[in-house]
Design a protein around this ligand. Sequence first.
Ligand code: SPV
Ligand code: MG
Length: 432
Amino acid sequence: MKTIYLGLSGDIIHPGIINIIREAAKHGEVLAGLLTDSAIAPHKRLPYLTWAQRLEVVENIKGISKVVPQEEWSYIPNLKKYKPDAIIHGDDWRSGPLSREREEVMAVMKEMGGVVIEIPYTQGVNSTALSELMRSVGTTPDVRLKTLRRLIDTKKPVRIMEAHSGLSGLIIENLAVEKDDGFHSFDGIWSSSLTDSTSKGKPDIEAVDLTTRLQDLTNILECTTRPIIFDGDTGGKPEHFVFTVRTLERNGVSAVIIEDKMGLKKNSLFGTDVNQELCPIMDFCEKLIAGKKAQVTREFMIISRLESLIAGFPVSHALERARAYVAAGADGIMIHSKEKSGDDVREFCEKFRAEFRGVPLVLVPTTYNRFTEKELVSWGASIIIYANHMLRASYPAMMRAAKTILEKERSLEADEFCMPIKEILELIPGGK
Ligand code: SPV
Ligand code: MG
């Protein structure tokens, strides 16, 4: 009996996949290579189902004889390991980003004396289109909340972008850019105190009223499915923070980041005139412990944000606090700095990673923005937050259109800076 290899994600099973399995089974025993989350995550959206759930589905499909993990996006390592007589694939990989992979597979199979079976792609149904449809249906708080931990376990970096409105949330949800290694998109959303308050024309001081922050967050929750990291400012008093944790969890937020400042918080990126006092270590730990005790799910994350470097203290000061916060139960550490060189953050990352290999480390490279994601990951970053770019991009665009109208005393010339009405109507599902 011949062995026919079929690589699949098994997340959304549709007639096109059943057709490939049926065709494969005609040639021999079907060996399914089930892609792991970490094989998929850098190239495509994380599957809706976990690997174990997908395994249970795929194992029970008629025509599949055996399932093995495919740990890489590329088929090659598994082809070399299992040496099947043939690999089967839809003929859609002849063009587009998979065509290079196809060539490599062809070469390897030839070398091993095997064959490549291509079958006509089933028109009108494919996983990507179905996935988009599922996204338009939405998600549940439970599924959304758990996604961040899955992403941290499978992808480096987890790429987070700020949203301050439903519209900015929609861009983050839907935008994908095709690169050599697949599609790049944002993995999740940063609910920023700075951009939330700025979009309302207010200063970025402490979130005195969580209710107002949550109203805006609701707009984002309603039209997106990606995980959310909430900027919790200082978290307030422990007695208040426990309610914040529960409220965020109930809404399906994956993580809250609280900063170790004290008193009336001001934005960390302000000039040097800000003499922000830091919270005593023990008091901050007490707040963390209260928050961790209050959470209902296992997956919700409380991340501690170190303000030592912002307040002018050395890396050793930040490290001492990081140790205390991790010991108190922090699920991750965010190190913040406004130093352009990035030297202080880099030093912190390297020293932190030497002590804590597995603790998620969050960076916000607003000022040290010349470093690429790959470079920041090499320092030890797990999550990268682009904290304010959607808001900062929108303001000059609005300004330009408004100025043009004032200058020309009509709106004709402003049209070139504006999205056509037709497109804006089509942007929102059901908006026409
Ligand atoms: C925010 O986005 O509100 C933040 C990050 O807290 S920063 O503005 O860089 O302090
Ligand atoms: Mg903030």
